[in-house]
Each structure stands twice: as C-alpha cells, then as structure tokens.
Write a new protein. Structure first.
Length: 115
C-alpha cells in the first residue's frame, strides 16, 4: 500500500467505493465519474503505478484483471452488446490516477475511432 494512493485506499476500504468484486489479487469498483452507463475500474490490489511497472511476477494479477471482465460484463448485461477496455498510461495516455487500472466501459455505443 502506498499511503497517498487513492486506489490503494479504496482497495483497503479506507476510502468508500461501490465495490463489485474483490479477491486476494484484484478489486473492481464503479468509476466516480462514469462516462457511460457501465464504467468499472479493475485494479491490482498491490500498488503498481502503471503498466510500465509490470513484470512477469505480476502475470497472475494482470491475468485476473482481464479474466474478470466477462464475469462483470455479464453481471452488467453488456456482454452481448459489447464494451470497451482502456488502460491509460502516463501523460500522453492521459492517466490521472497513478495506480494501474483497467476501465470497463459499456452500455452505449462508443465513438470510433480511438483518440
Ligand atoms: P485515468 O484517467 O485512466 O487515470 O482514470 C482515472 C479514473 O479514476 C477516472 O475515470 C475517475 C476515477 N476516479 C478518480 N478518483 C476516484 C475515486 O476516488 N473513486 C472512484 N471510484 N473513482 C475515481
């Protein structure tokens, strides 16, 4: 846990969130500023600033973040209609919170193309 990190605090329950899932590796909760009817953030419980910090030892947590997606998508009833997965990294990627996270966004038709 990094003391000042808001997502670490959410993982630890020190900050409130609408939590949808938690296990020993990952936590999923609703985004505070949703851009679509479904907007969920999936984070590793252990602090990683961004995808730049990923190493092979994080493979299980990173894999869990992805394999959780279809379960959440079915719960949100967007598995069939579709959704977008986004991971922003660094300034050019417009990452605002420096704890790696995967956005699961759905419930409306996305803009195309990316960018
Ligand atoms: P990004 O730009 O990829 O770093 O996205 C950060 C997201 O985190 C953004 O969509 C808003 C969300 N967010 C920021 N602070 C909080 C918070 O305190 N609680 C929750 N649930 N979401 C937050």
């Amino acid at each position: 846990m990094t003391e000042s990190c808001i997502f670490c605090k959410i993982v630890d329950g020190e900050l409130p969130s609408t939590q949808l899932y938690q296990d020993e590796l990952v936590t999923a909760f609703r985004d505070l500023h949703p851009v679509a009817p479904t907007h969920i953030l999936i984070v590793p419980n252990a602090h990683l600033a961004s995808t730049n910090d990923l190493t092979p030892e994080h493979a299980e947590a990173a894999g869990r973040m992805l394999t959780l997606v279809p379960e959440l998508a079915r719960q949100e009833d967007i598995a069939e209609s579709g959704y977008r997965l986004v991971m922003n990294t660094g300034a050019d990627g417009r990452q605002e919170v420096p704890h790696m996270h995967l956005h699961l966004i759905g419930g409306r038709r996305m803009q195309h193309p990316l960018g």
